[in-house]
Ligand binder design. Sequence first.
Ligand code: XLS
Ligand code: NI
Ligand code: NI
Length: 447
Amino acid sequence: MSRRVFIGDTEYFPGIEQINYEGPESDNPLAFKAYDPARIVAGKPMEEHLRFAVCYWHSFCGGGADPFGPDTRSPAWAKKADPNARAPARMDAAFEFFTKLNVPYWCFHDVDIAWEGASVEESERNLQAMVELAKARQQETGIKLLWGTANLFSNPRYMNGAATNPNFNVLAYAAAQVKAALDATVELGGENYVFWGGREGYASLQNTDTKRELEHFAMFLEKARDYGRSIGFKGSFLIEPKPMEPMYHQYDFDAQTVIGFLRQHGLDRDFKLNIEANHATLAGHTFAHDLRMAADAGLLGSIDANRGNSQNGWDTDQFPTDLYDTVHAMMVVLEAGGLGRGGLNFDAKLRRESTDLEDLFIAHIGGMDCFARGLIIANRITNDERYRALKYGRYSSFDSGDGKRFEAGELSLADLRNLAATNGEPQQLSGKQELIENLINDFIVRC
Ligand code: XLS
Ligand code: NI
Ligand code: NI
């Protein structure tokens, strides 16, 4: 018996059936080669490690437009002129896609699923209507919400920022949007709520009181946290760092900047980080670096999975296909004990030139397989005795004796000086970087 894989009255991806795992030998472009949801890795099923989500904005609102030309795709769900008809059609298409792809989660901004009205009340009503439809679709399909968020960067009113806008009335308007988006997230059982500070930053230091803006930002987050908790939101609030674009400088520059900010304002009990690969690279780091900094702080919340392009310096939001990158990312995730209530959201878009309906499936399948392989390989590496000895064995001088006493805070600077004088010139210990790199490549090839 074939399972019904589309929702509502229209099939938006005709000719595409349920995507299944067919194994590494399959040459079917519409099948998983590595992502086998039920396969046990490190004691739990792959789907529980990876918790994949599809993002609504790129996949169902974007059509390929760039600053030099319009959309190149016009799928059936985007063709209806009346937003009252377009928004539900888009949602049915989205839930058909999630179901056929077999992802457990989705993510959205308020304005992706509903359209802004002429007043706060009208926008709230539009959103509520679409939340009701989304709730019904979630119940029919079993697909869940990884996170919701408010778009506080597209509307021209936010050109000077939202929570950091010099105009209080804009800040209040942003708060209205966040309140409604939090209501929507809670109504849909969302596991997290995201803040990406798109225009929370500045274009010119000359006209900006950065100190005051950052204080407003912290106060705004505090009030959002209090409201979320008051309506029963139990999940994590997440900040998604990004150093620039659209602003010349954004306050949530990178993981370490955000960690410092959260701790400074006592927000680190409720807020964690949503690390996006391409944002980390824009900040001059690797994806794994920002994951590692968040994990070390105990604040790794969730991941926006994509990749940039090393030849240019902007947020290209490509689908992740670089195995080396996903292996390193999953090493951090496994060593951190997993993503908890977070997941892997494909904040990625098709290239403008990819215009077939099936391309959206192919792109996600590639990304899911890339992370599934990354997980399998990372699990083998992180359990390998040679890897562990090379990485953790380097610190063995702190495991006993004076090193251990130092870690316990028992040695003063003068004590350290005296030990140096007694022990003499330290023996050099090789970092063995090439050996560990070779080991990782051997694991990748043998997978
Ligand atoms: C943009 C961001 C955005 C957030 C959600 O660069 O990645 O899509 O994930 O607002
Ligand atoms: Ni993102
Ligand atoms: Ni991005």
